[in-house]
Design a protein. Structure first.
Length: 103
């Protein structure tokens, strides 16, 4: 379904500790924009919705809503340094029109 890299898992765990959100699942959502690209959202969540998929990826409890299941199939969440001292979560998703496999 979705892969979470060790760097992303470490940052998610650190964020949970900072925000006192330990024990909550990470909800990840995706929506396709009109141009075929994807918009992503993520945050800690303790709600249970019909159709939610629960998985453990990289040691992180992840919840993906029913409308995002197919859009997240085969995706990877990573945490990378975009520029010097600028770190960001990124999704590598073969379902995204802008996706190109890493070299």
């Amino acid at each position: 379904m979705i892969t979470i890299t060790p760097a992303a898992a470490e940052q998610i765990q650190a964020s949970a500790e900072q925000g006192k959100m330990q024990g909550l699942a990470m909800r990840i959502a995706a929506k396709r924009n009109p141009d075929g690209t994807m918009h992503y959202g993520m945050g800690f969540d303790d709600t249970e919705l019909d159709g939610d998929m629960h998985i453990n990826a990289g040691g992180i409890d992840v919840v993906i809503g029913e409308s995002s299941h197919l859009l997240m199939e085969g995706a990877t969440l990573d945490y990378v340094e975009i520029e010097a001292e600028t770190w960001q979560f990124i999704f590598l998703n073969p379902n995204d029109a802008n996706y190109s496999p890493p070299a």
